[in-house]
Design a protein around this ligand. Structure first.
Ligand code: ADP
Length: 153
C-alpha cells in the first residue's frame, strides 16, 4: 500500500444501502471535498434480510452517480478492509447518527485498525435533520405501504 502523502486519497463508504437514504447521500456530499475518490461499496451480506435485490440496488446506485466523476460504485463480499486494500483505499468513511451508532462504529473501527493498521476510519456526524433516518426505518415504512420519497435518493 502506498502511504505517500501525495497518493490519491481514496475512501470506501461501505454499507448495504438497502435503500440509499438522504442521510447516506448527505455524508457522501460532505465527504467529497475530503477525498480524491469515494467508492460506494455495497456489501453482500447473506445473513442480512434485504429488501431490494443486489442487481437492482447496483443499477440504481450506478445511475445515481453516473455523472459524479469522483464517486464509484462497487459490490463486495468478505472483509471491508480487504476490499480497501484491493482498491488502494486508505480511508473508511462512516456516518454516526447517535450514541448507538457511536458505540457500534467505534468497535468496528477498533477491529479494523487491528487487522489493517494502514486504513484510517473517518467519521462524519449526521446533520440533525438526517439523524433519525435509516434504511431499516425506510424498509419498515415501505412494508406498510407508506410514502418514503422524502427519505431516499
Ligand atoms: P449497514 O447496512 O452496514 O448498517 P448502512 O448502509 O445502513 O450500513 O450505512 C452505512 C454507513 O452510513 C454507516 O456508517 C451508517 O452509520 C451510516 N449512516 C446510515 N444512515 C445514516 C444517516 N441518516 N446519517 C448519517 N450516516 C448514516
Amino acid at each position: 500500500m502506498d502511504n505517500k502523502i501525495d497518493a490519491p486519497r481514496i475512501a470506501v463508504f461501505a454499507g448495504s444501502f438497502d435503500p440509499m437514504t438522504v442521510g447516506h447521500w448527505n455524508i457522501l456530499q460532505r465527504a467529497l471535498p475530503l477525498f480524491d475518490k469515494i467508492i460506494v461499496a455495497v456489501g453482500i451480506n447473506t445473513e442480512k434480510h434485504c429488501c431490494q435485490p443486489l442487481d437492482e440496488r447496483m443499477a440504481h446506485l450506478n445511475r445515481l452517480f453516473s455523472s459524479t466523476e469522483r464517486i464509484e460504485v462497487a459490490s463486495y463480499s468478505g472483509l471491508t478492509v480487504d476490499f480497501c486494500h484491493e482498491h488502494g483505499a486508505r480511508y473508511l468513511l462512516r456516518g454516526v447518527r447517535n450514541m448507538a451508532d457511536f458505540e457500534y462504529e467505534r468497535n468496528i473501527a477498533d477491529i479494523n485498525r487491528t487487522v489493517a493498521p494502514d486504513i484510517e476510519t473517518v467519521i462524519l456526524f449526521a446533520e440533525p435533520q438526517y439523524a433519525a433516518i435509516s434504511s431499516t426505518m425506510v424498509r419498515e415504512l415501505m412494508t406498510f405501504g407508506k410514502e418514503v420519497q422524502d427519505f431516499i435518493v
